[in-house]
Design a protein around this ligand. Structure first.
Ligand code: ADP
Ligand code: MG
Length: 595
């Protein structure tokens, strides 16, 4: 399988929790991310146990109260014991619950920070294919919201359910102790509940996954429409977009309602089953009441304990639904961390490469495309040479240059820098050899200086020089804080030409041995293009340069022109040679000359 397709299919696993794994294996995958918070989790568990232990205390207080409290005699307990016991009980319970909640929150928030850190790092170093597989909004969703929801749900449920389970155990023990025949009878119903709850939880898991996908789709709709608000309004597409949004929202609503229906079903089922038990117990207890030892006190204590059992039992049965949801989201996070194909680099590195590039029989096919974008392309670019790539749009020019910093992997063929195949280069070192100015300029919401020196240490004098070379000095001097002015989200306070010149200044600052210009001057007017052109020509001196430009006048001075069509190099030579040979270049040239 070509490398590209291989990483493509591994990207797909991201959304699929490993249903084939048992629950304990799935928990084992998630546990390592919680392990550093084991102390806090331990404290939460112990506090939960204390809270649970206080539960049977209440009914056990009722028994002596009813049996001897109301017919006061010499041997009955002193009256002051009643408030002491009740207040003491609730104080212990309150404190235990408080400690347990805080400790869980502590564990969850620390775990979430760790998970997010891992996720962010994996995304930063992910093989580029991730970004074609996942939308921005679904990654944002996962990192910002889902991971918090998942960790909170799972950790909270683990501790509250431990408390509930212990409560159930303690209450059952107390029930056994007061009346074991009755308790055994209640027990018969328990396995029935388990079977029903199991069946529901499978359905819940599936619906949870569907719901997450629907949330991603909805978020993507919002993102698209915010990014493209001008386009949407200009084309009066608001209504159709609103309809699309409404349709997705409706899908989400449908799934969420099914989800609620499935999880809400579990509690009525358990309650009806419980009502069977309660009615049977009352009947049996009344029937037993003739025998010795069965007092009013013990009956009330028994029924109270049984009623106290209902709340934790109900929570425990709801638990499976919520737990399933929480687990599914956490697993998505863990999958992102563990299954995202990471960029693989080699070990070769040099401070500064010569800039000698070779492409040999290179093919490239996008997974979604029918025809290959590059089809057996061979091209040599000697160190220090400038080469212009020319050809109709869709010829594969951008695809070719994306291979060089390994933003794309070729399906077959060989790409080498200084005679060393690209995959043998240390990936960060390889990328430090290239400066790229492309059509779409990305600017960060930070100062001009940070944007120009991006990633490198900032030297103000060099930033000023780079800005001057990119013909931006007068613009930056006019900004309120000069080079320290923050330029807004993606530089939206800058004009198209200013943005492009910022990208050029960035390339000048980087001073890399290989310069790639992909339509770098397309957004400039003729006057600023002329000014920047001279800066770029100076920049190209002594470097390998690859220039893609539609305006052929800007590339006439390149050492060599390579003409591309349908993923191949169809002719090469100087401007004059190509005009004489009368091929594709000559045709393109005469077309532009006419207009
Ligand atoms: P150029 O830069 O010469 O205009 P490109 O390299 O952008 O050409 O595109 C070459 C071919 O690859 C085109 O047919 C284009 O449709 C296709 N292509 C480019 N990017 C993608 C992509 N991300 N997914 C699928 N096909 C793509
Ligand atoms: Mg292009």
């Amino acid at each position: 399988m070509p490398a590209l397709l291989q990483s493509y299919s591994s990207g797909q696993q991201l959304l699929t929790p490993r249903m084939q794994l048992s629950l304990s294996k799935r928990i084992k995958r998630i546990w390592p991310y919680f392990v550093d918070s084991r102390l806090a989790l331990g404290i939460a568990l112990i506090a939960s146990m204390f809270a649970a232990a206080t539960e049977p205390a209440l009914p056990s207080l009722l028994k002596p109260l009813l049996d001897s409290g109301f017919k006061r005699s010499a041997e009955s307990f002193p009256l002051w014991l009643v408030p002491v016991a009740i207040v003491g009980l609730f104080a212990i319970r309150g404190l235990a619950n408080y400690i347990s909640q805080y400790a869980v929150a502590h564990a969850v928030n620390h775990t979430v920070t760790r998970l997010r850190g891992h996720m962010f790092e994996r995304v930063q170093k992910a093989a580029p294919i991730l970004f074609t597989k996942q939308t921005n909004s679904s990654l944002t969703n996962m990192l910002v919201y889902e991971v918090q929801f998942g960790a909170t749900t799972v950790a909270q449920l683990l501790t509250t359910s431990l408390r509930d389970m212990l409560t159930v155990v303690f209450l059952l023990a107390y029930l056994m102790w007061t009346n074991w025949q009755l308790t055994l009878f209640v027990f018969v119903l328990a396995p029935l509940v388990v079977v029903v709850v199991r069946a529901l939880s499978k359905r819940l898991h599936r619906l949870t996954l569907q719901s997450q996908q629907a949330v991603d789709d909805l978020a993507y709709s919002v993102e698209e429409n915010i990014l493209a608000w001008r386009l949407v309004r200009l084309h009066n597409a608001g209504d159709t977009q609103a309809q699309r949004f409404a349709a997705r929202d409706k899908t989400l609503r449908g799934i969420n309602l099914k989800l609620v229906a499935a999880s809400a079903l579990s509690s009525p089922i358990t309650q009806v089953m419980a009502s069977f038990a309660v009615s049977a117990v009352v009947v049996i207890a009344l029937w037993q009441s003739n025998e010795k030892g069965h007092t009013v006190g013990s009956f009330v204590a028994f029924v109270t304990s049984m009623l106290l059992l209902l709340a934790p039992m109900k929570r425990l049965s709801d638990l499976s639904g919520q737990f399933t949801r929480g687990m599914a989201t956490l697993e998505r996070a863990v999958n992102l961390i563990e299954d995202t194909a990471q960029e693989q680099g080699g070990t070769h590195q040099v401070p500064r490469s010569r800039g000698d590039l070779q492409l040999q029989d290179v093919t490239l096919q996008y997974p979604s495309a029918e025809k290959p974008a590059l089809d057996g392309l061979t091209l040599q670019i000697a160190a220090g040479q400038s080469i212009a790539l020319v050809g109709p749009s869709g010829a594969g020019k951008s695809s070719l240059i994306n291979l060089l910093p390994r933003f794309l992997e070729p399906g077959s063929g060989r790409v080498a820098l200084d005679g060393v195949p690209l995959q043998d280069w240390n990936i960060a070192n390889l990328r430090s050899q290239f400066a790229l100015v492309s059509q779409d300029v990305v600017l960060f919401n930070d100062s001009v200086a940070v944007n120009v020196s991006l990633g490198a240490s900032m030297d103000e004098a060099r930033v000023q020089d780079a800005l001057a070379a990119a013909n931006l000095t007068s613009f930056v001097d006019g900004l309120p804080q000069g080079i320290h002015t923050v330029i807004g989200h993606n530089g939206n306070q800058l004009s198209g030409g200013q943005r492009q010149r910022m990208a050029i200044a960035r390339a000048i600052y980087k001073d890399a041995p290989i310069l790639i210009l992909d339509e770098a001057t397309s957004a400039l007017d003729s006057e600023s293009e002329r000014l920047v052109q001279s800066a770029l020509e100076r920049l190209m001196q002594g470097r390998t340069a690859i220039v893609i430009a539609h305006r052929l006048s800007t590339i006439e001075r390149a050492d060599r022109i390579a003409v591309m069509d349908a993923g191949r190099i169809v002719e090469q030579g100087t401007h004059a040679q190509l005009l004489v040979s009368g091929g594709l270049y000559a045709r393109l040239h005469s077309l532009q000359f006419k207009s």
